[in-house]
Write a new protein. Sequence first.
Length: 451
Amino acid sequence: MFKNACLLFAFISFGVQAQKFEISGKLLDSITRETLEGATVFTETLKDSTLISYTITDAKGDFSVSGKSSKQKINLLISFVGYAPIKKVILLPKDEDPITLKPIEMLQKVESLSDVLIEGRVPPIRIKQDTLEYNAGSFRTKEGATIEDLLRELPGVEVDENGGIKVNGVEVNKILVGGKEFFSGDGSIATKNLLKDMVEKIQVVDTRSDSQVFRGEKADGKSKTINIKLDKDKNKGVFGRLAAGGGTDERYEYAGLANYFNDDLRLSVLSGGNNINTSGFTFGELREVFNTYAYTTYNGGISIGGRRIGGGDGIVNSKVTGANYADDLGKNLEVSSDYFYTATNNYFDNISSSENIRPEGNYFTESSYNSTGNQDKHEINTHIKLAIDSSWMIDARPKFSYDKNFSRGSSTSESRKENGDLRNTSTASNYGITESTNFSTGLATKNWTNS
């Protein structure tokens, strides 16, 4: 009887914690009585202002926000640029019946058309025209959390194990820091290394091409761009990570990433190496450094963008070094450049023995094979974007690369009968060296004067 009572109590407690609610209503201008589209409506806990759920009013000014709460009372907050914020305490019904509020009138606040503050703080989520904006300070994370940790806490944002991000089900294909590209890619290096405490806002917009941005055209909505807006007081500094280790048989591994930026200036350096047949970096980091999704994995290493990093047969010494520079040189000129060096040294020895069973008599084979190989690649990429005027833009992307590959190997094989007589023997060797140099200008001019 006592056990049954305990189980019943636990079930009831769980039910209270999982209490659902749904609140709907309509927003109107208090003077014109016009409906207000695009206002942010969100709910939070009374005790610590933790965000529960949010929504945006539709074209008719209607909203419906739902969620779960373990408390009977929650805050309902409404914000809209140019209007005084509204805050209501909502008593949730125990039977979970939907709550329909009377039309809510918002007072115009003409003197402040910028950020709307609610009791001295910015709303956690807000839509400003075509931008979905999250206030970083409204979301709790662990101490020392990165931006990736913050993104995992944002409503509607999904982060997979490789660092891929979706917002409301739409893939994010570009991440900017302060409106600028970071390390030539979509920026997972920034999300994994920048601390959440440095961030003021996370802004989400539809991805636009350079020409669409230049001409002020709308995007197609098939992908999203995240812009990490840094706190003005923290938009300067150094950040990164460093790891190193050693083991028996002279095994070692190291990987480091350091970044410095000062407003528009960005400097980044990446380096790693090991002889334990691994890449030393996550795929997400390498993907952003080399700006490509095309990759293969093999024996613990990664082949990405034509570069082999780690992995392979035998003992492999691998190295990767990279540097990135980006800056705005005046109002209309943006410059970025990066250099990468990758190297792989392979040493492989193999000895095998086998017995071949045949009707005419068994024989035994002893084989050996050894090989060495070196792969070296240097690459320089530069991006120069110059806006001559409002209708003419020059976009230059010169690239240079130099590859040198060397391989050498030899093998021997000897077969003997059961009585020790030689049956056959063979030897073979190979040697190869290749070099290639590539250069491309990637120059484009775009003029929309007559379009």
